[in-house]
Design a protein around this ligand. Structure first.
Ligand code: UDP
Length: 372
């Protein structure tokens, strides 16, 4: 008899959800995590009484009431609404693209005026059937907004030309002809009151967790501890890159404590010029303002080439990588005792709620199999 029904590799949102859901069905799991903490990229740390998003800003949002109810079991959420700003050549604009953005761009006030300008620019550019991010962006917000707020940001974020990127990346952002700066259309939104780390710790209560434990240092041994392995890391790494490497985009963060109480007046400010090397500055205290936050903590976020020495943050879902992923996916089907789930193992640009949904779906599939 093996000791555990499931070994879970990775203690991010995906691994924690899988473990918690199985645990709630009386199935004791073992989670191993190579980092010295749980939470994966959502990990937060207290610095100067401020919850600092160490691996980049995480704002929880979802349209699904079941997922919202689920996460609220493990933490209270505040009422944070993400309303980022963008700076281009010293001028500040509201995001996502809405009437505040349009009125600043063109000195207009009404939706009709904004639509007329955008339609005119779409006609001039003449995209009928948008095939890539650039064409999709121009055909929805026009050339001015594309040039000022999208092109430079996108190309430095992804390290490639916008014409080579898939349109779905920009479809994440709403376009509105109202004066509404909420970055998300989702019904539920907020930041866990005591940080993501505490929330994931709550999810993992009662689960066996081994930190500082690298699965690949002794894969066979760890696999032998359980009936099945739930793998949440990069899928190409699992198969020793045998078909080649999938591309990821990495990030580097420069975080500093400043002796002022309010540095930029907002949690997120994007820098959309290509010549500015960072994409955004995060001022962490604005995610969850609390008394006794005398100083402030700010992070400059720099996109980087992924080289295995740094972290894979974003899958780069262009057609070349998608084809390669499909080969790994087909191979993974030959490993029925391994479950591949999560942003890295499924090579999908998941938000947190989507990672949770995917993990919950896989748990349900597993439970359905055992009860059939
Ligand atoms: N984007 C942009 N300008 C901005 C913000 C976003 O062009 O000021 C584009 C860019 O291509 C980016 C995509 O929209 O990769 C998705 O942005 P989001 O803020 O959702 O990215 P994330 O927070 O996941 O990095």
């Amino acid at each position: 008899m093996k000791k555990y029904p499931y070994l879970i590799v990775g203690a991010g949102f995906t691994g924690a959800t899988f473990a918690q859901q199985m645990q709630s069905q009386g199935k004791q799991c073992l989670v191993i995590e190579k980092r010295p903490y749980v939470g994966g990229l959502s990990y937060t740390e207290d610095i100067e009484n401020i919850d600092v998003h160490i691996h980049g800003a995480h704002i929880f949002h979802t349209n699904r009431s079941d997922i919202w109810n689920y996460v609220n079991q493990f933490s209270m959420f505040n009422h944070f609404i993400n309303s980022p700003m963008a700076i281009y050549q010293g001028k500040i604009y509201n995001l996502p693209f809405n009437m505040n953005t349009f009125s600043k761009m063109w000195d207009i006030t009404s939706p009709l005026e904004a639509k007329a300008i955008i339609d005119d620019q779409i006609r001039t550019y003449g995209v009928k059937d948008p095939q890539n991010l650039e064409e999709h962006a121009i055909s929805s917000v026009g050339k001015d907004i594309y040039d000022v707020l999208i092109k430079g940001y996108t190309e430095k974020q992804w390290g490639m030309e916008a014409v080579k990127l898939p349109a779905f990346i920009i479809k994440r952002l709403p376009i509105r002809f109202t004066y509404d700066n909420n970055y998300f259309d989702d019904r539920f939104q907020g930041i866990p009151d005591e940080g993501y780390t505490k929330m994931i710790q709550n999810m993992l209560k009662g689960v066996d967790v081994e930190l500082n434990t690298d699965y690949f240092s002794n894969k066979e041994y760890f696999d032998s501890l359980a009936e099945k392995t739930v793998y949440t890391g990069p899928i190409d790494r699992f198969f020793d890159f045998q078909y080649g490497r999938l591309d990821y985009r990495s990030l580097r963060f420069e975080t500093e404590v400043l002796a002022c109480s309010n540095y930029q007046g907002n949690a997120v400010i994007n820098y959309t010029e290509k010549s500015v090397p960072y994409t955004r500055i995060i001022e962490h205290k604005h995610f969850n303002p609390k008394p006794n936050q005398i100083k402030t903590v700010v992070t400059h976020e720099y996109p980087e080439v992924f080289d295995l020495a740094n972290e894979p943050y974003y899958p780069i879902n262009n057609s070349e990588n998608q084809q390669l992923y499909q080969r790994y996916f087909a191979l993974s089907k030959k490993y029925p005792r391994v479950i591949f789930v999560g942003r890295l193992a499924e090579y999908k640009y998941y938000n947190m709620d989507q990672a949770i949904t995917s993990a919950r779906d896989r748990v349900k599939e597993e439970l359905d199999k055992t009860t059939r």
